[in-house]
Design a protein around this ligand. Structure first.
Ligand SMILES: CC(C)(COP(=O)(O)OP(=O)(O)OC[C@H]1O[C@@H](n2cnc3c(N)ncnc32)[C@H](O)[C@@H]1OP(=O)(O)O)[C@@H](O)C(=O)NCCC(=O)NCCS
Length: 179
């Protein structure tokens, strides 16, 4: 396997299927990436069930990047079909590369392998979602050929308990700061 342009000489990164022994490592690596202060309001939650559920449902779309025995990245995805559509869709739920190892082409290789597998399964469209302020991820996906074709806005509302006082928040931005 040849070296990627932006891969340092001497490194040897292997993209392979995630196996059962990798699950704890992947979960903890994800914790450092998805539960940090930078991604506080992602509507989906990173937890151990995300790893086990994707692994149980679609092990073929659960990949890790390994370097010298260390897991340095992962991608978890699945495929689905929609009623009324002849297409099969791919969904990349989570992709992450260890801090300090980013920008070396690892994410690119993980995505490329996932896409190759999805294509082989007959997928016609791959979907990803990201927070609108996750600029790194958006730049990464755009470089992979994704366009911001659909804008999906999610709203949230705090359900106050009986007797709880406080003004209604006017918009999500204010709400984020208050909570
Ligand atoms: C997004 C992420 C997976 C990318 O992985 P990575 O290994 O750093 O990306 P790569 O080194 O393979 O970069 C691939 C390309 O994206 C570009 N890219 C990566 N980070 C970038 C950034 N911060 N700004 C602009 N471009 C960027 C690279 O320049 C490269 O471009 P190329 O295609 O011209 O070579 C990684 O940054 C990450 O783990 N982020 C935190 C978790 C996250 O937000 N995941 C996405 C939501 S689930």
């Amino acid at each position: 396997m040849g070296l990627m342009n932006n891969e340092p000489r001497g490194s040897h990164i292997v993209i392979r299927d995630m196996d059962i022994d990798d699950m704890a490592t992947v979960f903890h690596l994800g914790e450092t990436l998805f539960t940090s202060g930078e991604l506080p309001i992602l509507y989906r939650t990173w937890d151990a069930y995300e790893v086990t559920n994707y692994f149980n449902t679609d092990p073929d779309f659960c990949l890790v990047a390994e370097e010298s025995g260390d897991i340095v990245g992962f991608a978890l995805g699945t495929t689905f079909e929609k009623e009324g559509s002849p297409w099969k869709y791919g969904y990349l739920a989570w992709i992450g590369v260890k801090e300090g190892q980013q920008n070396r082409g690892i994410g690119k290789r993980l995505y490329r392998e996932l896409e190759r597998r999805m294509k082989e399964e007959g997928v016609r469209m791959v979907i990803v979602d990201s927070e609108s302020d996750n600029k790194d991820a958006l730049a990464f996906f755009q470089r992979r050929g994704f366009s911001v074709a659909e804008e999906h806005i999610w709203l949230s509302k705090i359900l106050r308990r009986k007797g709880q006082k406080g003004k209604r928040t006017k918009n999500i931005k204010n709400q984020r700061h208050k909570e």
